[in-house]
Design a protein around this ligand. Structure first.
Ligand SMILES: Nc1nc2c(ncn2[C@@H]2O[C@H](COP(=O)(O)O[C@H]3[C@@H](O)[C@H](n4cnc5c(=O)[nH]c(N)nc54)O[C@@H]3COP(=O)(O)O)[C@@H](O)[C@H]2O)c(=O)[nH]1
Length: 796
């Protein structure tokens, strides 16, 4: 049936031809049928009319004869109907139905039984072969008999058959003609459609550049043009897709729902180190890292089950060489109309580099790059975990805060690279001194933290254990280090705090407490361990309060300067040292030892130092106007932070200019350690101020890394012998040697020398004997307010 349908309606042309032919045939058939039917009706009407007229005329003419019973006359009348070839019979009957005359004489005298009782009008009856008319014979107003005429219908039927035959012929001819015409027309009309179809076939068979030849401007031509344009755009899109596919930046594959390979691009082959044909013999599962297979398959099955249309996940493939390749897999599917999966597309991006960077970033975020130890962030995380774990298991843990003693000096003298070497070796020693489960972290600079977990359920036992480990660490860190060519010794200060998770302390609080304890260890003379004590916290709180007060003191001008005289060997006052005091309350004068360190730590030393220089310049200016004081030189202490300021030189110059003083009356006291960090920068700054006349004295001389090499480069005016050597000059031979060496060194370098902390006449005499000619100390005066200093001057 399908084949038959295909045969007749297989293409548009056949449908057109068959359709049009059928229409023509139907129309012709309808026309012929209608014509024949009309002809038949006309014939019937005409025959009926003829039969009625004939029977009527026969009835009229036979009325008298019937009444008179003249049978021969009647017969003659009846016989006269033979002139009509269609008349089958003509019968005259009396009212009783007896045949009075008949064109078939043998039937005269017979009776007809199917007559009506009476009728005033003729009665027409039609049978298959005849038209039968029965007319009453009326004489006067009375019926006297019947006339019956029968007409033969055969000739009429023969004519009808003739008409029908001709009609059929016309139909066939019309069908033939219309078939030919429609064939021609359909060929003409569908030729472009066929051309389009041919092109479509060609494109499908792999000739994508074939196009329909364009002619005309009708709908088919427009369709052909649009078809060509559609092919162009499809071509272009396919090329774009192919170029993307062949770009080989990412692995691309198309697979069947059963995970059979349909297409694989080169990039994926290269990534997995297999050829395409080798891959086709392998399964997706074989290439997947066993640990990642379940997750991938679960998602794939959800896609097959129509729960999702695609998914993206990170997984690992295993290459031919066994390399595990982390990839970002993006899978999508194309579904059939019944929603089952037709095929699956997968994009496989090698994310090895990204993973590498991620791990580097993680490392940078959580590890200290110099020592590879966990950094502050990681320590915070672990500490939080440890606090929770202590609360859970009831065990006590400890936090050790370590700071290397004198690390800054090492950095300043041997350089940062050497300092880094020390930090690395300390990290190694610390890691070796504790268990694997403990955490060793570097917070930054020379600060390390060791976290010891699960020490004991009993605090006393835990503290013993922690102290044991802290001692072990001290012993380990006390061993000498080989830093490049330098053999170096160092000590740590360790603060220790215990925690068991029951305190409402955050990890930050614990770190602070350990830090405070470490600070106490430092204060206790370094290379020692201190456990956190709440009193330490109190001292820290005091520091915080002091810091706030210090800021307030700056804002409200609570500082004053005291002046300690400096004398020559003849006892003449040649100048003074300005020493700061803080009038914190009316009866409370704080010495520098109580606030300078904090001021340095907080940076508040900068505005304080600037105030000192400014005040000193103001005093010098007042001396300049007094004949007895104009020769005096005022020494000012400068802190390291202050000196290291980039604008230090300009600030001093500005103060000198502002007060209009002779710069030679201003002497800046620097310490050795602050000069060495960047010797070239230091020299440049000193020279810049020396150029305008400002003098420099090297304070606390002998206590640091005194080096002739540096000394001779520095534009100094004076060396100040530290009071620690002066104090024991009479008793300690080595102090005497140091003092004599310093004095000799100063003379060699053509520098002035002054001894501080001179408290006794004997000390003064010894110093004079060794060649020192300038002195400062309680023997002459303590640091005193300006009025008392003026009074001393008067006396002097
Ligand atoms: N950056 C700044 N630092 C300053 C400033 N003022 C002082 N300081 C620093 O504080 C240190 C201590 O000063 P101070 O408590 O005033 O002590 C000085 C003298 O009182 C003390 N001295 C002097 N003679 C004697 C003595 O015979 N015996 C004895 N026991 N002590 C004595 O020495 C201090 C002065 O020493 P030096 O500065 O080395 O000459 C002080 O050392 C500064 O570092 C400031 O304005 N800015």
């Amino acid at each position: 049936m399908k084949k038959l349908w295909q045969l007749f309606f297989g293409n548009l042309r056949k449908q057109l031809i068959l359709g049009m032919t059928l229409i023509v045939a139907l129309m012709m058939a309808t026309f012929i049928w209608d014509m024949t039917r009309r002809q038949e009706i006309a014939e019937i009407e005409q025959n009926a009319l003829q039969a009625t007229a004939l029977s009527h005329s026969l009835a009229t003419s036979s009325a008298v004869w019937v009444l008179s019973r003249d049978y021969s006359g009647l017969q003659e009348i009846v016989q006269s109907t033979s002139a009509y070839p269609a008349v089958l019979y003509a019968i005259v009957l009396d009212l009783g139905g007896q045949i009075l005359a008949h064109n078939d004489k043998s039937k005269i005298g017979m009776y007809l039984s199917d007559l009506p009782s009476s009728s005033a009008a003729p009665e027409l009856r039609q049978t298959v072969g005849t038209i039968d008319v029965l007319s009453p014979i009326i004489l006067g107003k009375k019926q006297v008999g019947w006339v019956r005429i029968g007409l033969d219908r055969k000739p009429f039927k023969a004519r009808l058959i003739e008409i029908k035959r001709n009609g059929l012929l016309y139909i066939l001819v019309s069908i033939g003609i219309s078939a030919v015409l429609v064939t021609l027309a359909s060929r003409f009309l569908t030729r472009r459609l066929y051309a389009i179809q041919k092109v479509a076939d060609a494109v499908q068979s792999g000739r994508p550049d074939v196009r329909v030849e364009l002619s005309g401007n009708d709908e088919a031509a427009k369709l052909a043009r649009q078809f060509n344009e559609m092919l162009d755009s499809l071509n272009q899109r396919e090329q774009q897709l192919r170029s993307f596919y062949e770009l080989n930046l990412v692995g691309l594959t198309i697979i069947s729902p059963e995970k059979g390979w349909i297409r694989i691009n080169d990039c994926l082959c290269r990534m997995l180190e297999y050829s395409e044909s080798e891959l086709r013999d392998m399964t997706w599962a074989q290439l997947t890292h066993p640990d990642d297979l379940a997750a991938d398959e679960a998602q794939f099955n959800r896609m097959l089950a129509n729960e999702i249309d695609g998914y993206s996940l990170e997984k690992r493939f295993v290459s031919r060489s066994g390399k595990s390749i982390p990839v970002q897999l993006v899978v999508g599917c194309v579904r059939k109309p019944d929603r089952s999966v037709d095929y699956v597309t997968a994009m496989v991006q090698d994310i090895t580099e990204r993973k590498h960077f991620e791990s580097e970033i993680r490392n940078l975020a959580f590890y200290d790059p110099l020592t590879n130890l966990p950094n502050r962030r990681m320590l915070s995380d672990r500490l939080k975990q440890a606090i929770l774990s202590c609360a859970r298991n009831g065990k006590v843990a400890a936090l050790l805060f370590l700071d290397l003693d004198n690390f800054k000096a090492l950095n300043d003298t041997l350089g940062h690279a050497t300092g880094d070497l020390l930090l690395q070796q300390v990290a190694q020693r610390l890691s070796a001194a504790v268990r694997e489960c403990d955490t060793v972290a570097r917070l930054g600079g020379d600060e390390f933290v060791v976290m010891l977990e699960n020490l004991s359920a009993y605090p006393m036992e835990a503290i013993k254990h922690a102290q044991l480990i802290a001692n072990k660490i001290i012993t380990a860190l006390n061993q000498s280090y080989q830093l490049g060519q330098h053999t170096y010794n160092n000590t740590p200060s360790i603060g220790l705090v215990l925690f068991d998770g029951s305190e409402q302390l955050s990890h930050d609080d614990l770190l602070k407490q350990a830090d405070i304890a470490m600070y106490q260890a430092k204060k206790a003379g370094r290379n020692s361990i201190r456990c956190f004590d709440p009193r330490m916290q109190e001292s820290i709180n005091n520091r915080v309060a002091l810091e706030a007060d210090l800021q307030h003191a700056i804002d409200t001008g609570q500082f004053i300067l005291h002046y300690q005289s400096q004398l020559d060997h003849c006892g003449n006052i040649i100048g003074a040292e300005a020493l700061i005091r803080w009038q914190r309350a009316p009866q409370r004068l704080l010495l520098p030892s109580e606030f300078i360190e904090l001021a340095e730590e907080t940076g508040l030393i900068l505005p304080i130092g600037q105030w000192v220089i400014d005040t000193a310049c103001r005093v010098i200016m007042s001396w300049q106007h007094c004949e007895s004081k104009k020769h005096l030189v005022l020494s000012v202490n400068v802190s390291a932070k202050q000196f290291q300021q980039t604008e230090f030189v300009s600030a001093v110059k500005a103060a000198v200019k502002k007060h209009g003083i002779d710069p030679e009356r201003l002497k800046l006291e620097l310490t050795e350690s602050m000069l060495l960090s960047d010797i070239d920068e230091t020299i440049a700054k000193m020279k810049a101020l020396r150029e305008i006349g400002v003098r420099f004295s090297l304070d606390d001389f002998g206590t640091g890394f005194s080096s002739l090499q540096y000394l001779k480069r520095l534009p100094l005016d004076q060396l100040k012998i530290d009071k620690s050597f002066v104090r024991d000059i009479a008793e300690d031979a080595s102090d005497r040697t140091i003092i004599r060496t310093i004095i000799a060194m100063a003379h060699t370098l053509k520098l002035d020398v002054i001894a501080e902390g001179v408290e006794t006449e004997m000390q003064r005499q010894l110093l004079i004997d060794y060649g020192c000619n300038h002195f400062q100390g309680y023997l002459f005066s303590k640091p005193q307010p300006i009025e008392q200093f003026d009074a001393q001057l008067q006396k002097n």
